[in-house]
Design a protein around this ligand. Structure first.
Ligand code: FAD
Length: 435
């Protein structure tokens, strides 16, 4: 017989919404806590920025959750951003039919998804989870959730399980750079970048060659005097970027100097006004204080397959931690797995066996020379991970067209050619296509 659990979901972004749908489908009772005034998480564009442009203190009053810039269009095509039974492809939700739509389209899609899945009614808005802790001294069989409502009152409720969907693109990861304390220029993290105008006429160094770094460098290059990208994996592309009027590619920043110079690994240097770090984010769960779960050098651990802490499984779980994959698909499969593990339809390995698997994962990372901070990157084994999850819940493996489309998208992003988003349909860039 299936167990019906009372589940608290923390966060109503894409992860919390799809988790709630899967939990409801499995017959569980669900309450979704969302600290902001609306569902949608990252996709609810917030024009505000943190008072500290580096966003160092996530507990600072008024700390901003969102990291989207005003012009942001998706970096994945809409075919890769829907949920099963509720695609983003082939439909228009906010008047933006483009294959790579702007953020408003995705937000409207999530609103429609939440309404159709019957999840919207389960979301408690302006309800911030302050603490989730196991009841008594057990293994987390039941959980006490303390949350603050709109009126400022703090209430406690007991649930069978807590599913953490609080997102991980809010708290900046800022690299330590030699000499930075005496460098006279301005610094900020992409978390607080919204529009290019403040950089008009400036010489800007953009650190990082991920999707945001590339987008921001390109956007700023239209108004800035010069843009210099500093990237660990710049490959053989050092020097002037031909596609841009005024942008150069460099190796990593070697050091910065008190005369304003920024020196790069390959030996060149530039006098810069601003450094923008597009260097990713760190995991942060201020509402969890558990001896058996830590965040160390951006490794959340121990976690079995990025989802279950062995000691507390299945009653504590995390959705959406891994990155470098088809995010929405990964969120949905993880959610199905959690829902099925809570109902007893799927049995998890013993705590000991899960710990063995976690240690084995760490050992293989070490052997391959992968740093700890990359624990939750799925690249290059992202298909294996999705297929493994699919096996747990009896879903089919990833269709070939999806993985081909994803890989092709990455190639397009790294090409630095901003026109790929609009050329996509015309030139049939994707090697695969949905049936
Ligand atoms: P979030 O969307 O961050 O949602 C978390 C929610 O939890 C928020 O609403 C927050 O308010 C709430 N919350 C946090 N703490 C608490 C608490 N204590 N109590 C109550 N509520 C809480 N993905 C793609 O698939 N395609 C893209 O093109 C793409 N582009 C991106 C561009 C940028 C700049 C960024 C930052 C991310 C992008 N992503 C993209 C990844 C994106 O993060 C995911 O698509 C998805 O939005 C993640 O959803 P989430 O629910 O895990 O987190």
């Amino acid at each position: 017989m299936r167990r019906r659990a009372e589940v608290a979901v923390v966060g109503a972004g894409a992860a919390g919404l799809v988790a709630a749908r899967e939990l409801l489908r499995e017959g569980h009772a669900v309450a979704v806590f969302e600290k902001s005034a609306r569902a949608g998480g990252t996709w609810a564009y917030d024009p505000r920025a943190d008072a500290d442009p580096l966003g160092r203190d996530p507990r600072a009053p008024g700390a901003v959750h969102g990291s989207l810039y005003a012009s942001l269009r998706t970096n994945l095509p809409r075919q890769l951003m829907g949920f099963s039974g509720f695609p983003l492809a082939g439909r228009v939700f906010a008047g933006d039919p483009r294959t790579f739509p702007g953020h408003r389209e995705v937000l409207a899609f999530l609103d429609a998804f939440a309404a159709e899945a019957g999840v919207a009614a389960r979301v408690r808005l302006r309800a911030e989870v302050l603490r989730a802790r196991p009841l008594g001294r057990g293994q987390g069989e039941r959980w006490v959730v303390a949350w603050r409502g709109e009126d400022g009152e703090v209430a406690e409720e007991v649930f069978d399980a807590v599913v953490v969907c609080s997102g991980h693109c809010s708290v900046p990861l800022v690299p330590k750079i030699r000499g930075i304390d005496r460098w006279p220029g301005k610094q900020m993290h992409s978390h607080n970048y919204r529009v290019p105008e403040p950089f008009r006429g400036q010489t800007v160094v953009v650190v990082g060659l991920g999707a945001s770094g590339i987008d921001i460098a390109r956007e700023i290059s239209h108004v800035a005097k010069e843009v210099h990208i500093a990237a660990r994996y710049s490959g053989d592309r050092l020097g002037k970027i031909e596609l841009y009027r005024n942008a150069w590619m460099h190796g990593e920043i070697e050091c910065v100097q008190d005369d304003g110079q920024v020196r790069f690994a390959e030996g060149s240097s530039v006098a810069a006004d601003t450094i923008i770090y597009c260097t990713g984010y760190r995991y942060h769960f201020p509402f969890l204080d558990l001896d058996e779960l830590t965040v160390d050098d951006n490794r959340v651990g121990p976690l079995y397959k990025h989802v279950f802490p062995p000691k507390y499984a299945p009653n504590l779980s995390f959705i959406g931690l891994p990155y470098k994959s088809i995010v929405f698909q990964s969120l949905e499969l993880e959610s199905k797995w959690v829902a099925a593990a809570l109902s007893g339809r799927v049995t998890l390995p013993s705590e000991e066996d899960m710990m063995t698997a976690v240690r084995e994962h760490y050992r293989r990372m070490e052997e391959a020379g992968r740093p700890k901070r990359h624990t939750h990157t799925l690249w290059p084994e992202w298909v294996e991970y999705l297929d493994w999850l699919a096996d747990q819940v009896g879903e089919p493996h990833l269709e070939a067209w999806r993985s081909e489309m994803y890989e092709e998208t990455l190639r397009c992003i790294w090409s630095l050619d901003e026109s790929y988003r609009d050329r996509w349909e015309g030139e049939n860039i994707a090697t695969g296509s949905p049936p």
